[in-house]
Design a protein around this ligand. Structure first.
Ligand code: PLP
Ligand code: TYF
Length: 397
């Protein structure tokens, strides 16, 4: 049955962690995978999450199956976090949300819904993008195009190139957009630029699909969902949002995500929700309960929600400080040309390091980065910052 199957290359980012784990050198640093580590180098257990977890354990909470589209208290709170409590779209019943297996599951379910509804549509993703975008949409049978996004020379957004490419897309093309903290570049659009992009999406009848995996990691919970709020106000009647709590609740392995679909009216939303449920049922029947109970326990308790907002704020502030710390130490090492790292948003920085320089970081310094030069700033801490800065300054010399 399987004799003819070939070996498939592993995921380059997750593969880095395997190589890192196998590395025996003390002082090794993993700047590869996109995970937020605390000052002690651990994946944090947020205090608000811990409080709910303890309560659930005490209560001996039952673990029945969730509904196909997830825990209602979770999907409602998720919608409010993304669109804002006062969103007219929510009041009109135009947004339907299903709990999914992480943000990845939201992308996959959304891709399947789109394939069913628009079988001949293509999708355009940013160049570069999170590699899984191509994989997920490709797996569902989409032809994946890309649009210009990053200007490697200027270490920032190529906004004119982006607009020009979007204008060239055929009507009905799905456009995947990172709401904030662009993975892998760290280059984001400002509000003015979002307005211009949204005008092109509307004018060209393109179908927006927002991926928001880092809400709260750049400016704040509401600020980081500006793209969603602007789209909601734009008059565009359909768009989708794939969201993830992996980072914002530090719940990576619990697979907490959601797919929200904006519909023309409440009746369309009910029909779409039935389609989403059909897709989920045929895929994994119903989502896992634990992570959703944790998130919903936090978001639906005003005190715990406030505590979470503060903890998320601490992570955000710390990332900004780590960026500044890295830039300052690089500057002190004579590598002043990395100041752009301060302007990038979220966990990632496209450092501009070449593949050969990344290889040297690994071979000579046991510092792991993605071959494209992407580094995860959120894996830095006071103990490794100096070492990493020295190493980068040496290989970049
Ligand atoms: N989208 C982007 C841009 C990401 O970086 C990630 C990262 O993990 C995801 C989606 C998927 O999130 P999850 O881990 O919840 O599947
Ligand atoms: O880009 C990252 O590092 C995160 C984590 O197949 C990740 O988004 C990476 C690869 C992958 C799944 C998650």
């Amino acid at each position: 049955v399987f004799a003819h199957l070939e070996q498939v290359p592993g995921d380059p980012i997750l593969g880095l962690t395997e190589a890192f784990n196998a590395d025996a050198r003390p002082g090794k640093v993993n700047l590869g995978v996109g995970i937020y580590y605390d000052e002690a180098g651990r994946i944090p257990l947020l205090r608000a999450v811990d409080a709910v977890q303890r309560r659930l354990a005490e209560e001996g909470a039952a673990r029945g199956y969730l509904p196909i589209d997830g825990l209602p208290a979770y999907t409602r709170a998720t919608r409010e976090l993304l669109f804002g409590v006062d969103s007219p779209l929510l009041a009109a019943g135009r947004v339907t949300t299903a709990q999914t297996v992480g943000g990845s599951g939201a992308l996959r379910t959304g891709a399947e819904l789109l394939k069913h509804s628009l079988p001949t549509a293509r999708i355009a993703i940013s160049n570069p993008s999170w590699e899984n975008h191509r994989a997920v949409f490709g797996a569902v049978g989409f032809e994946v195009l890309d649009y210009t996004y990053f200007d490697a020379e200027r270490h920032g957004l190529d906004f004119d190139g982006m607009l020009a490419d979007l204008r060239r897309l055929e009507a009905g093309t799905v456009v995947l957009l990172h709401a904030c903290c662009h993975n892998p570049t760290g280059a984001d659009l400002d509000v003015g630029q979002w307005r211009q992009v949204i005008a092109v999406l509307a004018e060209r009848a393109l179908v927006p699909f927002i991926d928001i995996a880092y809400q709260g990691f750049d400016k704040g919970i509401d600020e980081d969902s500006a793209a969603i709020r602007l789209l909601a106000d734009s008059g565009i009647s359909n768009f989708m949002v794939a969201s993830s709590y992996s980072k914002s609740f530090s719940l990576y392995g619990e697979r907490t995500g959601a797919l929200s679909v904006v519909c023309a009216d409440a009746d369309e939303a009910r029909r779409v929700q039935s389609q989403v449920k059909r897709l989920i049922r045929a895929n994994y029947s119903s989502p896992p309960s634990h992570g959703a109970m944790l998130v919903s326990g936090v978001l639906n308790d005003p005190e715990l929600k406030l505590m979470w907002e503060q903890e998320l704020g601490e992570m955000r502030t710390r990332i900004h400080a780590l960026r500044a710390g890295l830039v300052a130490r690089l500057d002190a090492q004579g590598a002043g040309r990395f100041a752009f790292i301060n302007d990038q948003a979220g966990m990632f920085s496209y450092s501009g390091l070449s593949r050969a320089q990344v290889d040297r970081l690994r071979d000579e310094f046991a510092i792991y980065a993605v071959g494209t030069g992407r580094i995860c700033v959120a894996a830095l801490n006071d103990r490794n910052l100096e070492y990493v800065a020295e190493a980068i300054a040496k290989v970049a010399d």
